[in-house]
Design a protein around this ligand. Structure first.
Ligand SMILES: Cc1cc2nc3c(=O)[nH]c(=O)nc-3n(C[C@H](O)[C@H](O)[C@H](O)COP(=O)(O)O)c2cc1C
Length: 149
């Protein structure tokens, strides 16, 4: 069975609501042959990354960049996973108060280095997530999981 690893930093209710919708989409009953594993960015290990077939990344924008937690994740897994995870698909959702440009650029730079393949457009939300924003999170989770099935 394929495995999708959701790596997230979820420090607030806004991000929590996005995270839950991403998981809900990824775990849709129609996608029964994909095992969806969730790991906090501060705890995710290289072994979990190596064992997955694709990735969903969720982070706030902090100080014009990715959260330190998500940066820590990439610092931890980059070289241990560089060769074996090349070409694997990923999706990303980001949340900020007003601007996620630097955070998105950071994800793109790091995943380009890893040679991970963007499988869906990023979901970027600023301010309070609307119902439509949360639907986009659901669709992101479902699409990434369906792509692995
Ligand atoms: C230290 C710090 C730095 C932040 N920097 C940014 C930033 O550069 N751009 C942005 O849009 N939001 C920034 N934020 C807001 C966070 O992205 C936001 O708090 C997070 O996504 C959770 O959203 P919420 O506080 O509305 O629940 C920052 C928050 C903190 C605590």
């Amino acid at each position: 069975m394929a495995r999708l690893l959701v790596v997230h930093h979820t420090p607030s209710p806004a991000l929590h609501s996005m995270y839950l919708r991403v998981l809900e989409g990824a775990r849709h009953p129609d996608i029964s042959d994909v095992d969806v594993i969730s790991a906090a960015a501060l705890a995710a290990s290289p072994a979990e990354v190596l064992q997955a077939d694709g990735y969903l990344l969720g982070s706030p924008a902090n100080l014009g960049y990715l959260s330190g937690a998500m940066k820590h994740f990439f610092d931890t897994i980059y070289y241990p996973c560089l060769e074996e995870t090349r070409g694997r698909p990923f999706g990303v959702y980001l949340h900020g108060n007003d601007d996620c440009t630097g955070a998105l650029r950071a994800v793109e730079t790091i995943t380009t280095g890893l040679r991970w393949q963007p499988a869906q457009p990023p979901v970027i939300v600023t301010g309070q997530p609307s119902d439509e924003d949360l639907d986009r999170c659901w669709e992101l989770g479902a699409a990434i999981a369906a792509g692995l099935s």
